[in-house]
Design a protein around this ligand. Structure first.
Ligand SMILES: *[C@@H]1O[C@H](CO)[C@@H](O)[C@H](O)[C@H]1NC(C)=O
Ligand SMILES: *[C@@H]1O[C@H](CO)[C@@H](O)[C@H](O)[C@H]1NC(C)=O
Ligand SMILES: *[C@@H]1O[C@H](CO)[C@@H](O)[C@H](O)[C@H]1NC(C)=O
Ligand SMILES: *[C@@H]1O[C@H](CO)[C@@H](O)[C@H](O)[C@H]1NC(C)=O
Ligand SMILES: *[C@@H]1O[C@H](CO)[C@@H](O)[C@H](O)[C@H]1NC(C)=O
Ligand SMILES: *[C@@H]1O[C@H](CO)[C@@H](O)[C@H](O)[C@H]1NC(C)=O
Ligand SMILES: *[C@@H]1O[C@H](CO)[C@@H](O)[C@H](O)[C@H]1NC(C)=O
Ligand SMILES: *[C@@H]1O[C@H](CO)[C@@H](O)[C@H](O)[C@H]1NC(C)=O
Length: 485
């Protein structure tokens, strides 16, 4: 008995130390996206989370290698079902199979601490043209019911991360207290909210002050995206709003209230600031944003209509160089870490005021120090533009545009940059540094002051992704995980 007590007390102490700060045991989460040409090994990522005291992570699928790496870490996990699988989840048997192979399989002592299942990702985004309008709610029902069926429904809750454009205030009264769900999806939203309430599941919303600036076309007051209070407040029933984050979240609170669920738990599934790819996406602005956001979260200030703790997941953990740039070039630069797990700027994730560089990923392996550059001996440059375009289409030139870190390069610098990203993405294969004789490999670091010509990571063995789907007996699994650690 005494032994047990000592053990429990030690665990509590241990968790408290890990929590390291003012969030207490609650803690701040991060989104671990992996749409990258060269991924960090999942074990390296999990160690990086641990080294930085990050106890909650949100995924965008149920990737086997990520979940295996998370096993035994005790990090709380939100796994996800991508939008393109929502229609399949309208079949209850399919949902049960999904739960069996992606939830129950990891649900054992020393397994993965899964707490939530994200059903879809922003399925009602206007740009999806209603593609997921009718499949989202049935998928949510089936997944939660399958979790209940499997006996884990009390501890694992299904939710739907929604974009903030599912609600708004009328143009003639643009204040948070007049928030309503979008009229074209009121029925769907009402069904979803009722269901979440019945099952004690949170409402999850992604809030992006950066996008207010980006899409605001110069009309949105820049300071309102930050938390310094240096702006003309929006006054609503005597409440002063000096930042768009509070105003946005309270618009949601009002929308929920308007359908009778004003007290529903709200999670912020994504919030963050990108550091490259746009004039507003800079290190300085990201630091300013996080230096406003994190201390408020750490002190559990909440918003005027929702004072107190709010569960929040930062977006995102690392830069992802294969994300679609349809929304903008900034899409590949949301990480608080670079693509290689190097911290970008000092932060205090505990919500205090002691900003320090986060602990970098350990044991990262890079390819050799070789770059691809414009061949100084190339005479005929008539085909340069089309070759640069090819390199950029298949590589990543999101740092070259207006307001970005490499925008200062001249035309030749641009060409070298483009050739190098293509070469690195192709694992420094010699044939990928030719471009009709315009390019050549060099061992000289051709990076410039603020512009990194990066060396990519050694690619992960692809065999690890083939994932055999044998149902292993529990003891075997435990041994397997033990070997992994
Ligand atoms: C489990 O999740 C993975 C990764 O998201 C997915 O590819 C797979 O289809 C899921 N399994 C089932 C049985 O649905
Ligand atoms: C949505 O509709 C617009 C205009 O009709 C079209 O350009 C776009 O490709 C569509 N998007 C999707 C995801 O279907
Ligand atoms: C969704 O269902 C409604 C009602 O059944 C139907 O009118 C509508 O066309 C459907 N929308 C889509 C995009 O499938
Ligand atoms: C919502 O929460 C407030 C504060 O805790 C409480 O006073 C109120 O009765 C609750 N309303 C409902 C509908 O539960
Ligand atoms: C700030 O953090 C650093 C690194 O974690 C630590 O060494 C230092 O003692 C901290 N300073 C304060 C005032 O907490
Ligand atoms: C370099 O490329 C960027 C992005 O395509 C472009 O905006 C810029 O004008 C180019 N610079 C020169 C000198 O061509
Ligand atoms: C290349 O130079 C840049 C800028 O000086 C530096 O940040 C980077 O680490 C260097 N890269 C390598 C692989 O040495
Ligand atoms: C370039 O890379 C180095 C090494 O990781 C890093 O310290 C530096 O901050 C990077 N510079 C830019 C502008 O991204």
């Amino acid at each position: 008995m005494l032994k047990l007590c000592v053990w429990v007390c030690l665990m509590v102490l241990f968790c408290w130390v890990l929590g390291g700060g003012e969030f207490g045991v609650e803690g701040l989460g991060v989104n671990w996206g992996a749409i990258a040409t060269h991924k960090l090994p999942p074990k390296v990522v999990v160690q990086m989370l641990k080294d930085n005291g990050i106890q909650k992570v949100k995924l965008f699928d149920a990737d086997e290698s990520a979940l295996k790496a998370l096993a035994g870490s005790n990090i709380e996990v939100m796994v996800a079902i991508p939008n393109d699988q929502l229609a399949a989840m309208n079949d209850f048997d399919r949902a049960k199979k999904w739960v069996k192979s992606n939830i129950t399989r990891y649900n054992f002592d020393g397994g993965v601490n899964i707490k939530y299942v994200a059903v879809g990702n922003e399925p009602f985004l206007k740009s999806y043209n209603n593609s997921f309008l009718n499949v989202t709610f049935p998928a949510l029902q089936n997944v939660q019911n399958a979790l209940n069926d499997a006996g884990v429904g009390d501890t694992i809750k299904a939710t739907v991360p929604l974009n903030a454009d599912v609600y708004n205030s009328p143009e003639d009264n643009p204040v948070p207290s007049s928030g309503r769900f979008r009229t074209d999806i009121t029925d769907q939203m009402t069904q979803i909210v009722k269901f979440l309430d019945q099952h004690k599941s949170p409402f999850t919303v992604n809030i992006y002050p950066f996008l207010s600036l980006y899409y605001g076309e110069g009309e949105f007051p820049v300071n309102y995206a930050f938390f310094d209070g240096d702006t003309t407040p929006v006054i609503d029933n005597g409440i002063q709003y000096t930042n768009v984050f509070d105003a946005n979240l309270d618009t949601l609170v009002s929308a929920l209230k308007s359908i009778g669920f004003g007290n529903m738990t709200i999670f912020v599934g994504e919030v963050g600031w990108p550091t490259d790819g746009d004039q507003y996406a800079t290190m300085e602005m990201a630091v300013r944003f996080y230096n406003g956001l994190l201390p408020r979260l750490g002190k559990n200030i909440g918003t005027p209509l929702r004072p107190g703790y709010i569960e929040v997941y930062l977006f995102g953990l690392m830069d992802e160089d294969a994300k679609s740039i349809l929304p903008g070039n900034f899409e590949r630069h949301w990480g608080i870490f670079r693509y290689d797990g190097q911290p970008k700027f000092p932060l205090d994730l505990s919500g205090g005021t002691n900003n320090t560089l986060l602990v970098a990923a350990q044991g990262v392996t890079y390819m050799p120090n070789k770059w691809c550059a414009l061949n100084p001996n190339a005479k005929d440059l008539s085909k340069l533009a089309e070759n640069v375009e090819y390199a950029c289409t298949n590589g990543d030139c999101t740092s070259l545009g207006y307001g970005s870190s490499c925008n200062g390069l001249d035309e030749k610098g641009n060409a070298s940059y483009a050739f190098n990203t293509y070469y690195q993405m192709n694992n420094q294969d010699d044939s990928s540094c030719n471009f009709q004789g315009l390019a050549t490999v060099t061992t000289q670091n051709i990076s410039q002051a603020n512009c990194n010509f990066t060396i990519q990571l050694v690619p992960l063995p692809s065999s690890s992704a083939t994932g055999r789907t044998v149902t292993l007996a529990l003891p075997v699994l435990v041994v397997f995980f033990a070997l992994l650690l």
